[in-house]
Design a protein around this ligand. Structure first.
Ligand SMILES: [Fe+2]
Ligand SMILES: [Fe+2]
Length: 356
């Protein structure tokens, strides 16, 4: 069978030279991971039967509700003389909002596939049996997340976006790294930590019942995933040397910067016929509080978790200084996800309510 250029574009290969690890030690020695695994087994849900798919979704209404996390950050740019969006009125901003919504959900979809691949990798590479068991449940969770976002985009929204280049290169780098702890740091701590905060912001602002319910359930799972990263790396990092920890700090910092860039919505501006670089320049020259608030809130889960891992203060506080420079250090004493994941389990709450 001949493969066309279009079909080739549908598959993206990333080369990785990794060691798959068997362990012959089946003893259940890591209690916190045992508890997490038990929780995961009883908190599975079904995309097909547990969500109100018959709800009518109005993309313009969602876009208007979500403007705090989408258009509000850009709208004030219209007031700057010579701005490429100076001629935008309500109609154009609503259109931008709908497109940002399509783009955000599309990036969630692609990020979920990244999580699916990374966690399947962890099943193979992590040397601890309790972590292999837990990671296997996360693989199922991520399949469900890819399924739910793909279906929502297809049935309820107006268009899809390809993966954002910053997110793509970040996922490629995480997948290509052969060290098992780097998969965890890149995916469970950084990408999923940011996703948990982003889903939370969206869930708080939308009243669309299907989107709200799917975000509640996806977040219940994501909280466990981030906790998985915290509980596993806490043990592993305790045994690393200062130079090894410094390498992890640099990786966390570079990932943070790349995740921030992802939210400039370059692909939306291109689709609207506006040069994304002109928008970026305007934002750099005229920093606005709404822009900064949004970008920093996305780090509200990452920073306390990185602190719990000891990465903020290792190597003379190298990462603490960097996080202060990018304006996110103020979250360091917020609750870490290793502590709060059980409280975020909405699936368990709904089941308890249904049986009482
Ligand atoms: Fe996920
Ligand atoms: Fe996840």
């Amino acid at each position: 069978m001949t493969v066309t250029a279009d079909q080739r574009e549908l598959i993206h290969h990333v080369e990785a030279n990794i060691d798959a690890a068997f362990t012959w030690d089946y003893e259940r020695s890591r209690d916190s991971l045992v508890r997490l695994y038990e929780k995961a087994k009883t908190s599975q849900w079904n995309v097909t039967t547990d969500l109100p798919w018959d709800s009518d979704v109005d993309p313009e209404k969602i876009a208007a509700e979500l403007s705090m996390g989408t258009t509000a950050r850009f709208q004030t740019l219209g007031e700057i003389p010579g701005s490429p969006v100076a001629h935008f009125g309500d109609k154009e901003w609503l259109h931008v909002g709908v497109e940002i919504q399509n783009s955000l959900l599309s990036q969630f979809l692609h990020g979920e596939q990244g999580a699916l691949l990374c966690t399947a990798r962890i099943v193979e590479t992590v040397p601890w049996i309790d972590a292999k068991y837990y990671a296997a449940t996360q693989v199922m969770d991520e399949a469900r997340h890819v399924e739910v976002f793909a279906r929502y985009l297809d049935e309820k929204l107006s268009s899809q976006y390809r993966i954002n280049p910053n997110l793509k290169s970040l996922l490629d780098d995480i997948i290509a790294d052969p060290r098992w702890d780097m998969t965890y740091l890149g995916m469970q701590i950084m990408v999923e930590g940011l996703a948990l905060a982003a889903f939370g912001l969206m869930r708080q602002t939308t009243t669309e019942p299907l989107l709200q319910q799917l975000l509640r359930y996806v977040m219940s799972d994501e909280a466990r995933h981030v906790a998985f990263g915290v509980l596993s790396l806490q043990e592993y990092y305790a045994g690393l040397s200062t130079p090894e920890l410094r390498e992890r700090q640099e990786f966390a910092y570079e990932t943070a910067v790349r995740l921030q860039q992802r939210f400039m919505q370059a692909e939306v501006w291109e689709r609207m016929g506006i040069d994304p670089l002109a928008i970026k320049r305007l934002i750099d020259e005229h920093p606005r509080p709404e822009q900064q608030l949004f970008q920093t809130l996305l780090f509200s889960k990452i920073v306390p978790n990185v602190k719990k891992l000891g990465l903020l203060d290792a190597a003379d506080g190298w990462l603490r200084e960097r996080f202060a420079e990018i304006g996110v250090i103020q979250f360091e004493n917020w609750v870490d996800t290793g502590e709060e994941y059980a409280a975020l389990d909405e699936v368990a709450k709904d089941r308890a309510a249904a049986t009482s």
